[in-house]
Design a protein around this ligand. Structure first.
Ligand code: GAL
Length: 398
């Protein structure tokens, strides 16, 4: 197996509006951060002030060597009240796309990354069918204004996480733990993706459209125990397979993974002895990327090109980040050597940012942010990954 990636392989880095822009007070997450009794560590506040500093951030990622920037547009800014569209907000995102293009970077635009306007949440949120209609209408308006500048579009970020963490773990809004509402929300999210794909494809502009799925390397322990195997199968069947099946007709599938999960016959097992545990509470496990790419490829029957739309590590140890990346990218090379059509790798995240209920504690960024001054500091991992991107090869370690 070589160390080079195929010609045209794309290197990106990602953010999401609520995690970096700051001041997104009109969405369900801001409300959740400020509500009594939720598990949020702290409010998002000014975040990384990316709303004002996007130009500097885009020029930085371009200079590092990346050719894709994946970011999301904030529905609550674009449609602050039902049917009321802010052209100023849409124009802002036109400027973000234009800044990417001016730096030779492809804008990869996510239409929904976890947050919905407060009025959508009040009207019922994802467990109410009205949200599907509202989201389709929003996507129509947004693509009409931005489509000519979009390089690739992701419909809904990790719909399986929105449903699972919001309706089974109760850690994301609406924080209702209910099997029934989990099922309804899942169906609505699947329907929303299916409805929005043709909307985005109808342009203006011509760009690939896909969904981004949170995947986990589920591992039975012991490996041949039927009850443990059944637990893994159940998790995949509930959280991954309906989306993988739906993705079959898309232009690409975004694979996003961070770690593994081991299941014993009785249920989830904690981290294995001797495997480091990260600030997110899960194991350091960069091999999950290869496993998840292979599974996505197998379940979609090798019909849909894969793009790693998120992969990364929240750590204070930047050397550990480079080690993680080296192993994860080695897994991508192994997949490519076996003929999997993997088109790109996007690191989560460009910046240290607001990690949802965990607040600012886990540091996923390849660029540090001093939130008192908003000063950006490039970490060694950014230089390393940028060099890999420029060489299109893992052979950069000297
Ligand atoms: C993903 C999510 C991102 C980011 C990342 C790191 O699930 O899409 O917004 O938070 O995890 O945990």
């Amino acid at each position: 197996m070589g160390t080079d990636f195929p010609e045209g392989f794309r290197w990106g880095t990602a953010t999401a509006a609520h995690q970096v822009e700051g001041g997104n007070w009109n969405n369900d997450w801001w409300a959740w951060e400020h509500a009594e009794g939720t598990p949020c560590a702290e409010p998002s506040g000014d975040a990384c002030d990316h709303w004002h500093r996007f130009e500097q951030d885009i020029s930085l990622l371009a200079a590092l060597g990346f050719d894709d920037y994946r970011f999301s547009i904030e529905w609550s800014r674009i449609e602050p009240e039902p049917g009321e569209i802010s052209l100023a907000a849409l124009d802002h995102y036109r400027r973000v796309c234009a800044a990417c293009l001016a730096h030779g970077v492809r804008p990869v635009v996510t239409f929904h990354h976890f947050t919905s306007p407060r009025w959508v949440a009040q009207a019922g949120g994802w467990h109410d069918a009205s949200t599907v209609e509202h989201f389709v209408r929003f996507a129509e308006r947004a693509v009409a204004h931005l489509g000519d500048l979009i390089g690739a579009a992701c419909t809904i970020n990790e719909p399986n996480v929105v449903a699972f963490v919001g309706y089974q773990l109760g850690v994301f809004p609406p924080g209702i733990v209910s099997d029934e509402l989990f099922r309804v929300a899942t169906d609505n999210l699947l329907a929303a993706h299916e409805r929005v794909v043709p909307v985005l494809r109808s342009g203006p502009g011509e760009f690939p459209v896909g969904l981004t799925l949170s995947m986990t390397d589920y591992q039975p322990h012991p490996g041949d125990d039927p009850a443990a195997v059944a637990r893994c199968e159940e998790a995949r069947a509930t959280l991954e397979d309906p989306y993988l099946e739906l993705a079959a007709g898309d232009d690409f599938l975004g694979v996003q993974t961070y770690s593994r999960m081991r299941f014993g016959p009785e249920g989830a097992l904690g981290p294995e002895d001797d495997v480091p545990v990260l600030p997110m509470g899960y194991e350091y496990y960069p091999d999950s990327l290869e496993a998840c790419l292979r599974r996505a490829w197998a379940v979609t029957g090798g019909q849909v090109p894969l793009v790693v739309t998120e992969n990364g590590i929240g750590t204070d140890d930047d050397t550990q980040r480079i080690d993680y990346l080296r192993t994860a990218l080695g897994g991508v090379l192994a997949c490519l050597a076996d003929g999997l059509d993997v088109r790109g790798y996007t690191y989560w995240s460009l910046l240290d940012n607001f990690e949802w209920a965990f607040g600012y504690r886990p540091r996923f960024g390849i660029v540090a942010v001093d939130r008192a001054t908003q000063r950006r500091t490039v970490k060694p991992s950014a230089e390393w990954l940028g060099a890999v991107a420029l060489a299109n090869s893992l052979a950069v370690d000297g």
